[in-house]
Design a protein around this ligand. Sequence first.
Ligand code: HGY
Ligand code: MN
Ligand code: MN
Length: 432
Amino acid sequence: MNTTTQAQPESRAAAEAAQDHVQGDRLQAAIAELARFGGRDDGGVSRQTLTDIDLQARRYLIDRAGALGCVVEVDDCANLFFRRPGKTDLPPVLTGSHADTQPVGGKLDGAYGVLAGLEVLAALNDAGIETLRPIEVVAWTNEEGSRFGPGAMGSSAFVDPGRLPDYRKVTDGDGVTFGAALDRALQAIPEVPRRALRRPMSSCVELHIEQGPVLEAARVPLGIVAGIQSVRWYRVTLTGMAAHAGTTPMDVRADAMAAAVDVAHRLYAHAAQAAASQLRLTLGRWLVGPNSVNTIPGEVEFTIDVRCVDERVLERFDAALGEIVKSHAWPGRVELECFFSRPPTRFPAEMLALVGQACERACRQASQPPPVALTSGAFHDAMYLAEHCPTAMIFVPSKGGVSHNAAEETAPHELLLGAQALAYAVTALANA
Ligand code: HGY
Ligand code: MN
Ligand code: MN
């Protein structure tokens, strides 16, 4: 792996210069600008993947990257790549994140990583630095997986293009296919050259907010992400019989909601028993049919998001879920589908060392405490890139540990530190 663990003297000087040219105000202005696309009165952002608002935000990013002198390209999964040429055409260093948000998200989840990547390019321009390798800032498509499941479709299709045909068939709540939304997004930017999905990358560093409480509790402004916990998503569909709420005696019902509540209750009981293992269970989306106050629900579908640092715990959950579904005695039907499953991700030691060097310098320069290592509770596109090239992540704290919420916030000085550390790491890697 052609990656510097300790940046070499000349490369170190360039990395330090890039770090020192990062401008906090320019980054803050870009965050505020991008947040206008889908901005909400409560300060949050609603910009689900490939919606009109997302396409407008993409246009903003393309224009911003063009103004920085980047070459802009897009692939068949509408992943946007903003390339700053290097002295050579060696495989580039990749940074960036995603620009799509949760239905009610914040200004920073994903957007921060994309905009800090563009800030690094602006800092390199200001410092007059030409790197050996090109640097690419990416805006991945559909990291959130909320409108179209699973999550991280763009980065997973980049790493394995064979995934895209099945992704294209996935529909959103209105019956729109991911393929149709993709084609519409690509038609909206006809002037952007298309490129192959999978391409060689020399290394990858993703900067992201932690979205949890660890860094804030440790009172530390930067985190070196050692890895990402495992995650599984399931869809449970219970089919009973819709009937009149007033005339149908309780003992003759095939009430899909009563069945769903019982299954859910047993899942939470399993999670409570596994609490010591840090299992995290979320039943986040419920669809009820016909969803009428005076009709017994004939169909209920709910999703399961279950995560743990120890994948064996998820294996045990999977077995328990199968048992609960199989053994649930009622006149209706229960169907279970696992539609997303990722093992734990571990980032390589040499990348952690470099990111550690980058974070330590940024913190030292700002008289802040040194970075700490942590495991990410959230998944990220970096979990797929880690299969493709040497990859690492840098975290900044989330106020109150809150994310996937309009109140998502990180202090400006911490956002600046994260971008400074990213500039150092990306520049050192681009000169290796
Ligand atoms: O769900 C996740 O972990 C990511 O924030 N989309
Ligand atoms: Mn994210
Ligand atoms: Mn997210």
